[in-house]
Design a protein around this ligand. Structure first.
Ligand SMILES: [Zn+2]
Length: 276
């Protein structure tokens, strides 16, 4: 499943190619993904100019002049990429935007076998935020996610630390793997209650969440050239993981066996010696 670092990588890849491009038209092969697609609003992008590509949580936001924004989510298996125009459609390809950029004609294509993704169009002058965005907590790499805020919000709360980090109302984009890895780097046990965190724990945790995500984004950045080189399959990159998926293996720091447990329905990994 595409996680925040993968979506950030796609965002950077598209930011290199799309701004300035004129929309020549759209082709939709179905009227819904996870939610209905506003087909007329998508068709009405014709004649608009794409001005920016942004990311909020795991949503991609494509801004168009004069006044529209496309909201795109990759769901469980979505891929968004560009190629020169071609009459051939891939299996599970659901929509295309036909563009003319400085580099020539270009199709922005969306392929999604499981169809949990979404495509919606918002008006830029809308007074209210899109309901899918309005419920989101702060960005983990932004100033809204801080040790002081984390300490303040967690007083008296009994949720396990890992569950808190994975709750998108608290902070967005910290998936199961990244939550396990961040707890290991911060040397906090993922199943401890959040109210037990002190300021130093919060500082280490915030720094670790950021470091884990930034490392993953950097790993994605190293494959960016392949994306831009016209490879239509931006394979989601693997990161070096210290604990995730390593149950029973020796901890890199102390040699104790990594413990695997299940929190909710999700596998959790930690070193019982290093993480208190
Ligand atoms: Zn250890």
């Amino acid at each position: 499943m595409p996680e925040l670092p993968e979506v950030e990588t796609v965002c950077r890849y598209l930011s290199l190619q799309l701004p300035g491009a004129l929309v020549l038209g759209a082709t939709l092969r179905r009227a819904d993904l996870r939610y209905p697609i506003p087909t007329r609003a998508v068709q009405a992008l014709e004649g608009h100019r794409l001005s920016a590509v942004r990311r909020r949580a795991k949503y991609l936001l494509l801004d168009f002049e004069p006044a529209a924004t496309a909201l795109i989510h990759l769901g469980m298996s979505g891929r968004l990429f560009t190629t020169p125009p071609t009459p051939d459609w891939q299996l599970h390809e659901h929509w295309r935007l036909h563009l003319r950029s400085e580099a020539g004609l270009l199709d922005l294509r969306y392929v999604d076998a499981r169809r949990f993704g979404c495509l919606d169009i918002l008006r830029q002058d809308a007074k209210v935020e899109h309901p899918l965005l309005a419920v989101l907590g702060p960005e983990p790499l932004g100033p809204g996610f801080s040790a002081a805020e984390l300490l303040r919000q967690t007083r008296g709360r009994q949720a396990p630390i890992k569950a808190w980090l994975m709750d998108s109302h608290r902070v967005v984009g910290v998936g199961n793997i990244y939550a396990s890895e961040a707890c290991f780097r911060a040397r906090v046990h993922p199943l401890r209650a959040v109210t037990d965190l002190d300021l130093q724990d919060c500082q280490r945790l915030v720094a670790s969440v950021r470091a884990v995500l930034e490392d993953a984004i950097a790993a994605g950045g190293s494959t960016l050239r392949d994306f831009v080189g016209g490879d239509a399959k931006p394979g989601y990159f693997q990161q070096q993981l210290a604990v995730y998926g390593r149950g029973g293996e020796p901890c890199q720091a102390c040699g104790a066996p990594i413990e695997r447990s299940v929190l909710g329905t999700r596998a959790t990994y930690c070193c019982p010696n290093c993480q208190l």
